[in-house]
Design a protein around this ligand. Structure first.
Ligand code: ZN
Length: 294
């Protein structure tokens, strides 16, 4: 997901005033005024959940603390930088040493340019390619294609590419000691309902997505941190994998039957609780599945 709802000017001005008046509090809050309170998952693992507008349209940030520094997964929009840094300072004195981007979208990479050059930023080669092609700020200086590992303070973090899904550059960030994985928008939703959103302009694929998640499930994680929405477990991830596969199967058969886009959209909303705004990827999904059916 990458949209961020525009607020009316009066609301934005009111928020700016509040932030100005709030002094120290402003430093630990986002533009929206929502306090950034990291949620503890384990002693060394936290998530800063996105809750803006009650829609979770701001990405989750994973915080992994080691004795030699902090590793973040994703860094939200540029305007969230100060709030994210302050939230990390509130739970550890260790400096932020690495940021790993799960994919290129601006709600996951927007603070990159502010973290650079002091912090190492890592992403998949395709994520960097999309950022440079789209002239996005802060493309990651370090890229990889299959897997790269970060060793810091006696701990290991595995950054693994499992295949296409939301884009062609989504990675799973696996913390073996914590048996936790941060997945970016390969798993994303609002209010406990996940929807696969396929970015076809960036190499996404509904057909490849279930197998990509199967590789993540093979890691057997206990804690699963989505790109947006609530932290879940292996069972929650499996349910999402099965939902993606069911959507692929259903849309494929509807396309095969020659059903129009409007009908298919309505079916996704009623049968799968699909969020109407996410239907923007339906044209691409239908094209991909009709090409596959031939
Ligand atoms: Zn995204």
């Amino acid at each position: 997901m990458r949209s961020r709802a525009k607020r009316p000017l009066t609301v934005r001005l009111a928020m700016a005033c509040l932030v100005f008046l709030a002094g120290w509090a402003a430093y630990t809050q986002t533009e929206s005024g929502a306090p950034l309170t990291p949620q503890r998952l384990q002693d060394d693992l936290y998530v800063i959940e996105g809750t803006t507008n009650g829609e979770n349209d701001v990405g989750n940030v994973t915080v992994y603390i080691t004795p030699e520094g902090v590793i973040l997964v994703d860094d939200r929009f540029a305007q969230d930088y100060r709030g994210v840094v302050a939230a990390v300072k509130a739970i550890t004195t260790q400096p932020i040493r690495y940021v790993i981007n799960t994919h290129h979208h601006g709600d996951h990479t927007g603070s990159n340019s502010q973290f650079l050059p002091a912090v190492e930023i890592i992403a998949h080669a395709n994520a960097r390619k999309h950022m440079t092609e789209n002239k996005m700020p802060g493309p990651p200086p370090i890229v990889f294609t299959d897997e790269t590992d970060v060793y810091l303070g006696g701990k290991q973090v595995r950054v693994i590419y499992n295949g296409r899904g939301h884009t062609d550059g989504d990675v799973a960030v696996y913390f073996p000691e914590a048996r936790a994985v941060a997945l970016g928008d390969l798993l994303a939703g609002t209010r406990g309902v996940t929807n696969p959103v396929v970015d076809y302009t960036s190499g996404g694929s509904i057909r490849a997505w279930p197998a990509t998640l199967d590789s993540v499930l093979a890691l057997n994680p206990d804690i699963v941190i989505p790109g947006h929405g609530r932290v879940t477990n292996g069972e929650g991830l499996r349910a999402h994998r099965n939902k993606v596969a069911a959507i692929e199967k259903r849309v494929s058969s509807l396309v095969h039957d020659g059903r129009p886009k409007d009908d298919i959209g309505k079916i996704l909303v009623t049968e799968f609780d699909y969020k109407p705004i996410n239907l923007r990827s339906l044209d691409g999904m239908m094209a991909e599945l009709s090409a596959a059916a031939r």
